[in-house]
Design a protein around this ligand. Structure first.
Ligand code: HEM
Length: 497
């Protein structure tokens, strides 16, 4: 069924007449996804759903018209219909007729690039095949080992202090460290690289400089592996029969690095925030009713790392969710409102345990090819961190947590935590729970003392990144020793066996 609503980007009434960009704003008209209206995007999406149903007209910066897809089924229909919708922005009417200015803030998402996420048909297949074939060569056991080692090293960096910011000291570092290993440039992972990626994505004044810093590293890697291939993602990408040029290799390394870094950093921060602020969650994890992978999956439902993906464009006149979509119209694929569509989740507070049909990884021909890696980083990282810092607590009032929001995603600015100081551990061994000293009488229930507690009576472990030759991974005396077989299995799992 097609409603009588006019086209968004055609010449009909929703298109604002010259001099009156706000025409049609307000209930039942398009709403702005920027400025003060967008302070609470989740609330805005719900108002739009009430006013328009599963597909709603909205305005991007400069009042450029767009559709936002709010329904779960409609989002899936959008991404799974390549004969009707493309990711190639060059057919977008407002771009073709000059309504989107070159300095539009969304230009980094809008501008077409020769990468698989903007390509379609045979060209998409050529580029995506090279990416997925190179990913298929990644040894998942060694990836889990890298994740474990880097998690141990990051926790070693703050465990003795008793407090940390899990966004800047953990969530933003772990995916970058692991991706540098996977791409074949572990030596490039450092604070500067994390800062450069963060800065480039934030679009700050130094964004261009930061972007150049990352691209220089990727160019050096491409040149090195072109002449001397090794067994890593980059060498397999270069060696794929699709015959990618150096530019194409660099652009796809950039795509993979940034997509993985941003999405996985968000996922880690969101999942840890849920564990720290939602008591039911923590209790279920501690009680064994929920596993860490299940907690991560719930987080992918509740706070998908990409709230929307810009964008899909209609190749012909068509219909979606009862709206008439005109050839050249733009549509935002929107996992955040799609995941809370009341038709699939009548009660959004209900657990989605066992159900993986969320939209966080997209779908159709462009579905995220890196989802297993993203999940592995989050699963292993969160599990190891919670094992080592079992008494971890939020170090501020929940209401004081701040987010930086854009149409594309919502980042937690900081996640301050406190715990009793703990000794470092060997990065090559599985994480071990450390003793939590008995609470002193003047400690408040549920809050941690501001005095550091005496160091637990366990032998100091080798510092971060120093592989230990000590063969004894036995847990400290305070923890019940796991049965022998279990410990062997745990060690095998940790080493990727
Ligand atoms: C939890 C983490 C992640 C989330 C939530 C996520 C989500 C997404 C989404 C929503 C898309 C767009 C789908 C569409 O256009 O319809 C996408 C595409 C993509 N992702 Fe991920 N991603 C994650 C991690 C990763 C990782 C770790 C990698 C690489 C190792 C990766 C590589 C890519 C690539 C190459 C594409 C483009 C695929 C194409 O257009 O054919 N992602 N991802």
């Amino acid at each position: 069924m097609t409603s009588e609503s006019p086209s968004l980007t055609g010449t009909e009434s929703l298109a604002p007449p010259p001099g009156c960009p706000a025409h049609g704003l307000g209930p039942a008209g398009p709403r702005r996804l920027y400025g003060p209206d967008a302070d609470d995007l989740a609330g805005l999406y719900e108002s739009l759903r009430e006013e328009h149903g599963p597909v709603a007209p909205v305005l991007l910066h400069d009042d450029v018209p767009m559709w936002v897809v709010l329904g779960h089924a409609e989002n899936l229909q959008l991404v799974r219909s390549p004969s009707q919708y493309t990711r190639d922005s060059r057919i977008w009417t407002p771009l073709k007729d000059g309504r989107v200015k070159p300095d539009h803030p969304l230009m980094p998402h809008i501008a077409w690039q020769p990468i698989c996420s903007h390509a379609e048909g045979a060209e998409h297949e050529r580029l995506r095949d090279a990416v997925t074939a190179a990913m298929a060569t990644i040894d998942h056991r060694s990836v889990r080992r890298h994740i474990g080692r880097h998690t141990q090293a990051l926790v070693n960096g703050f465990c003795e202090r008793g407090r940390a910011d899990l966004v800047s000291q953990f969530a933003e570092h772990l995916p970058m460290a692991v991706m540098c290993e996977i791409l074949g440039m572990p030596e490039e992972y450092n604070d500067r690289m994390v800062q450069a990626a963060r800065d480039a994505l934030k679009g700050t004044e130094t964004a261009i400089q930061s972007h150049t810093y990352v691209m220089d590293a990727l160019s050096r890697l491409t040149t090195r592996r072109r002449t001397r291939p090794e067994d890593d993602f980059t060498s397999h990408l270069i060696g794929h029969p699709a015959g990618l040029t150096d530019d194409e290799v660099r652009e796809h390394l950039r795509l993979v690095l940034f997509a993985a870094y941003e999405a996985t950093a968000n996922l880690l921060a969101n999942a840890l925030r849920m564990v720290l602020t939602e008591p039911g969650f923590r209790a279920q994890l501690n009680g064994g009713q929920m596993t860490v992978p299940e907690a991560i999956e719930q987080s992918l439902w509740d706070e998908p790392p990409f709230s929307t993906v810009f964008g899909y464009f209609a190749k012909q006149d068509t219909e979606l969710g009862g709206r008439r979509i005109r050839k050249g119209d733009g549509l935002l694929f929107a996992p955040a409102p799609g995941n809370v569509d009341p038709r699939v989740r009548p009660d959004p507070s209900e657990s989605m345990q066992g159900n993986r049909s969320h939209l966080a990884f997209g779908g159709g021909p462009h579905e995220c090819p890196g989802q297993d890696i993203g999940r592995a980083i989050a699963d292993v990282g969160v599990d190891a961190l919670l094992t080592r810092l079992s008494d971890i607590q939020l170090d501020c009032a929940e209401e004081d947590l701040r987010w930086r929001s854009s149409i594309a995603s919502r980042h937690l600015v900081a996640l301050p935590v406190r715990f009793e100081p703990k000794p470092q551990q060997d990065v090559d061994l599985p994480p071990r729970a450390m003793p939590v000293p008995p609470q002193r009488s003047n400690w408040q229930v549920g809050a941690l003392s501001s005095d550091p507690a005496p160091a637990p009576a366990v032998e100091p472990q080798p510092a971060a990144h120093q592989p230990s030759s000590a063969p004894d991974p036995a847990p400290a005396a305070f923890a019940p020793a796991p049965p022998r077989g279990l410990w062997q299995r745990l060690l095998r799992w940790w080493h990727g066996g």
